[in-house]
Design a protein around this ligand. Structure first.
Ligand SMILES: [Zn+2]
Length: 45
């Protein structure tokens, strides 16, 4: 029987990647965002 706990599930997730430039997004306060700071700053319009 293999039960994956929610906490372990998130730990096993691969690093997030920005779909725009492909850079690895470090898990920080803005980790809920899909893009890196660089691409996000370009979107402020
Ligand atoms: Zn990016």
């Amino acid at each position: 029987m293999q039960t994956i706990k929610p906490m372990e599930f998130f730990r096993n997730l691969p690093p997030k990647q920005c779909p725009e430039c492909g850079i690895e997004i470090s898990e920080q306060a803005e980790s809920y965002l899909m893009e890196c700071d660089h691409c996000l700053s370009k979107r402020e319009d």
